[in-house]
Structures are given as C-alpha cells and as structure tokens.
Write a protein that binds this ligand. Sequence first.
Ligand code: NAD
Length: 427
Amino acid sequence: MSTEFNAFAMAQQQFDAVADKLQLEGGIRELLRWPQREYHFTIPVHMDDGSVEVFKGFRVQHNDARGPGKGGIRFHPQETIDTVRALATWMTWKCAVVDIPLGGGKGGVICDPHDLSPREQEALCRGWVRQVARNIGPVQDVPAPDVMTNPQHMVWIMDEYEKIMGGHFPGAITGKPVELGGSLGRTEATGYGVVYTVREALKRMGMEMEGMRASFQGFGNVAQYAAKLLIEMGGMVVSVSCWDNDDQKAYTFRKLDGIDIDFLLSITNRFGTINKAKASAEGYEQLEADAWIEQDVEILIPAALENQVTGKNVNKIANSVKILAEGANGPTTPEADAVLKDRGIYVIPDFLANAGGVTCSYFEQVQCNANFFWPRDEVLERLDQKMTLAFHAVADLAEETDEYMRDAAYMIAIQRVATACRLRGWA
Ligand code: NAD
C-alpha cells in the first residue's frame, strides 16, 4: 500500500523510524504500532424526506495506558478507517508529548454534513453514541469535536449518553458549549497553541513575531484563531486557503499587505469557506488551491487536512520559509518530510503544534470533575505554559541529540507511553 495516501501507514512509518532509534523491543513495539480496540458500526438515520439512510461510523482507541482515550469525532465524506486509526495513534503521542494523563482515540462518520439538516445531524450524533456508549465515557474514552463537528454535536452526544447511562456525565465529552460544562478558551485553544509554539520557535532562532509573514492552508477553527493571534502578536497573514463546496475545489485567497482577519471572518461560513465574490470585491486575489504553499513568507501553517504537503508540492515552498507549523493532523507525507529536513526548515510537528485543543479539553475535564470553572485568562495562561514547556522539551532534545523535531517529539511521547505500558505489565 502506498504510504503517500494512507495516513495510518504513514503514522506507522513515523513510529517505526523512532522505535528503531529507541531500540524498542518486540512486544512493546508491536503493541504501540496498532490500536488496542476498534468499533465499526452502522447508524440508521430517518431522513427528513421519510427515507432511512445508513451511515458508517467508527471509534478507534489506540492506547489508554496513560489514561482514558481522548480524541475528536470527524464527519467527512472521505473518512476511512485508516484515517481514523492514524488520528487515534497521533492522539496517543499528542497527549503524551504535552504530558497530560490521557490516551489516544478518534471517531468518525462517513457523511457530508453540508447535505444534512440540523435534525438529521442530531439523529446521526445520537445514533453514533448509541452504538458506543458502553465503550466510551469519562473513565474510558472521551470524544470531542473535529473536522465538521462542533459544540452542538457534542451536546447531542452528551445528552444521549446521559440518557443511556442514567446520570450527569459532563466529563464524558469535551468541546461542549460553555453554558453546558465547556471550558472558556476551548474554541481558540488549538489555533492559539499553534502560535505559542511558533513564537517559541522564533525565539530559539533569535527572531520575533513582529514583521513575520504567514500563509495558511485552511480557514476553519484552527487557522482562524491561529491567524488572529499571529496578527495580534505583530505578524502578518498574507494568504489563507479553503475548500469551496459549490465548486468542489479549494482556493487560496491572498492579500499581499496582510489579510484583515475580522473582515475575512465576517465573510466565512461555519464550514470555513470564504465567500469568493465578497473577498474579491475587497481586493483579495483568488488563486489556485496549492498557491498557499508557494508564498514568499517566513511561516507556513497547513491547517486543513492530512496529506497536503507531498512529494508533488514540497519543492514549491519558497526559500524565505523558516518555520512550518503543522496545525492539521498529518499534513506532511514522509516523502515531503525528508525534503523539509534536508532544507533545514524548522518543522513543528502536528502532535506538538496542535496539542492546544486536547490540552484545553483536558482542562475542561478537570473543571467538570471539580465542578468549578476557570476564567478565560487562566485557561489560556495554563495553556501557554503547557505548550511552551512541551515545545522546549522537544526542542532541547532535538538540539542535544541532533534529531529532527518530529523525531524528538516522537521520542519523548513514545518513551512516556512505553513506560506506562511497562509499568502496567503490558509488555
Ligand atoms: P474545520 O472544519 O473548522 O476547518 C477546515 C478548513 O480546511 C476549512 O476552512 C476548509 O474549507 C478547509 N479545507 C478543507 N479541505 C481543503 C483543501 N483541500 N484545501 C484547502 N482547504 C481545505 O477544521 P479544523 O477544526 O480547523 O481542523 C483542521 C485540521 O486541524 C484537521 O486536520 C484537524 O484534525 C486538526 N485539528 C483540529 C483541532 C481542533 O481543535 N479543531 C485540534 C487538533 C487538530
């Protein structure tokens, strides 16, 4: 199977390379290469037109040695079990690298929410949790939002879960609205977390955010907040790209003197699609999908989907690029990664760069358990501390051992999970 287009093969390939370096022995190595558990199921939904449509759903639990599984639920028409496996694996490393007591899980439904009414989406969410309610929960595996799922979806899932289990379990799911046990700061946490790591990387390179130019792939939750904070810190965003559902293709929107984030947000729908006509009326150039990667900028932030920086487009990256911070999960293929390494581009790997979301989800669980909620500033301050600490631990190891940042992050994460497995006597 080609690793170019299979996210799980890619996740295993990344793991294998580091397992070799760490000289992980047979049992523990095999254990960590595979998910511990997988649930595959069908979800029948009564559609608004009276028909019944059957959707395919998944939940994968990669490893829970360090604590309950944690990871989002993604709604996507091209969802595959291998994508969910890869994402669950990356969640294990992500929780370990930021040192929170959680494992890795991920869920998905093959569907396109664009085609579903709110009532149909509610039925899908409730149907999803009915199939896995006994296998998830605050002490087993805690879902959260991901691509094309949002706090409302999480409430429907929590409500159905509570009906089935007979009680209140706000810690069963995170990414809830603030009015129902969500944490302040969660919406912006992933994007802000990406920028905290970029800020620290710049410091290590003897540079500042002031005057830095950035280009993003994607303009959804992660990219929007990352762009906002990057601009607040003195940087400039020259381009962002997004998927256009009407045209079934992606576009890059560019403004060489810097995007106006509030304006762009005002013309972006809830799926992260920018209105082309309104953008062009304000002087935004509309370029091809891949144009985001070839911009003359210092910072590249892929924040859309996996497998986006590939052998085909990696050489389009301009010489001006110093940092590539992976907001998305698995955006860079191993082939492209080798080129980035060769060119000396400072890569902040996905499971470190975008760990702000899960860190804040962990804070949400802590707050729900204590039934005491922190102000937004406190959440973001703790988030900044966790991300900064995790970033420098990885950067220090990378420097000391002359390892690539991704490998150093893997080394820290895999060692932590392997230690937990060994202490439990699993391998
Ligand atoms: P989102 O659904 O809010 O936004 C996705 C964005 O990507 C949209 O703007 C969409 O138009 C764009 N997009 C989709 N396909 C594209 C393509 N082919 N080319 C260009 N743009 C495209 O999703 P999100 O929550 O921002 O997540 C983005 C990535 O970050 C995913 O890989 C997700 O797994 C990862 N991530 C998200 C979080 C989180 O807290 N939201 C946390 C960790 C990692």
